[in-house]
Design a protein around this ligand. Structure first.
Ligand code: 13P
Length: 252
C-alpha cells in the first residue's frame, strides 16, 4: 500500500488575528477538495481557535496543528502548552523537536521523546523533526547524527500507536536559507531513516517528510523519490498561492 502524501504547513511565529481564517478561505478556493494529499496547518497557540473554526468550515482534508506540546497534562510550566488542552480544543497534529526548539530553546532528545509520546497518547499525530547542522553536515556526520536523533527521540514511543507518527527530515542548513538539500542527499537520508524505522519496529506506512526551503519549483524533485512522502513547509506555506502551487506540483 502506498503512502498518501502529506503537505504540512509550519507557520512558525507568523500571522496575526484574522489572517489564519483568511488564509484558509483563500486556500479553499485554490485547492481541489478532492486533492489526493493530506494537509496540515500548524499555527501559534493563540491562533488555534480561529484556525480550527476556519478549517472546520472548509472541505479541504486539512488537520489543525500545533508547534509543540509539553508531556504533562498540567502543572507549573510557565510558557508551555498542555497536550491535554491542545487535544481538547481540537488540535489533531503536533510538530515536535523542530530544530528551532532543539537549538534555540535547548530541548534535548529525552524531552522530545516525552513530548512525542504525550501527543500520541492523546490521540494527536506527532510530526517528529530531525536534522543535522551545517557543521555536522560539513564534517560528514549527517547520517550518524540524524539516526542517533531518531532513535533517542523515539525512545519513549511505542512502535504501534492509534494516532500517527510522522518523521520530518529537516537539515538545519536548509531551513529558511533558500538552499534546499539536493535530491541525492534526501534520497540517501530518507532511505536510511526508513531502514532504521524498520529496525526499530515501526510501520512501513510511517510517512517521512522532507523540510527545508521547499518551493513549488523544487518539490517535484523530492516527491519523485521513493521514501519522500510529503513536506514540512515553512516560508512557502505562509502564502496560500505558493502553498497551493507546491501541493499541486508535488502531486504531478
Ligand atoms: P522553510 O521551508 O522556510 O525552509 O522552513 C522549513 C521548516 O523549518 C519547516 O518546519
Amino acid at each position: 500500500m502506498s503512502r498518501k502524501p502529506l503537505f504540512a504547513a509550519n507557520w512558525k511565529m507568523n500571522k496575526l488575528p484574522g489572517e489564519g481564517a483568511a488564509f484558509v478561505s483563500a486556500l479553499t478556493e485554490l485547492v481541489d477538495r478532492g486533492v489526493a494529499a493530506d494537509l496540515m496547518i500548524a499555527s501559534q497557540a493563540p491562533m488555534l481557535v480561529e484556525l480550527k473554526a476556519a478549517i472546520s468550515a472548509s472541505p479541504l482534508p486539512c488537520k489543525l496543528g500545533a508547534q509543540n506540546c509539553h508531556w504533562l497534562a498540567s502543572g507549573a510550566h510557565t510558557g508551555e502548552n498542555s497536550p491535554e488542552l491542545l487535544a481538547k480544543i481540537g488540535v489533531q497534529s503536533v510538530i515536535i523537536g523542530h530544530s528551532e526548539r532543539r537549538i534555540l530553546y535547548r530541548e534535548p532528545d529525552s524531552e522530545v521523546a516525552l513530548r512525542v509520546r504525550a501527543a500520541l497518547e492523546r490521540g494527536m499525530d506527532a510530526i517528529l523533526c530531525i536534522g543535522e547542522t551545517k557543521e555536522q553536515f560539513d564534517s560528514g556526520k549527517s547520517k550518524e547524527v540524524v539516526l542517533a536523533q531518531l532513535k533517542a527521540s523515539l525512545h519513549e514511543v511505542p512502535a504501534r500507536t492509534e494516532s500517527e507518527l510522522v518523521i520530518a527530515y529537516e537539515p538545519v542548513w536548509a531551513i529558511g536559507t533558500g538552499l534546499a538539500a539536493t535530491p541525492e542527499i534526501v534520497k540517501e537520508m530518507h532511505g536510511a531513516i526508513r531502514k532504521e524505522l524498520g529496525a526499530l519496529g515501526y510501520s512501513t506506512q510511517t510517512r517521512i517528510l522532507y523540510g527545508g526551503s521547499t518551493t513549488p519549483e523544487n518539490i517535484p524533485s523530492f516527491m519523485a523519490l521513493e521514501d519522500v512522502d510529503g513536506a514540512l513547509i515553512g516560508g512557502t506555506s505562509l502564502d496560500p498561492v505558493k502553498y497551493a502551487a507546491l501541493i499541486k506540483n508535488g502531486l504531478i
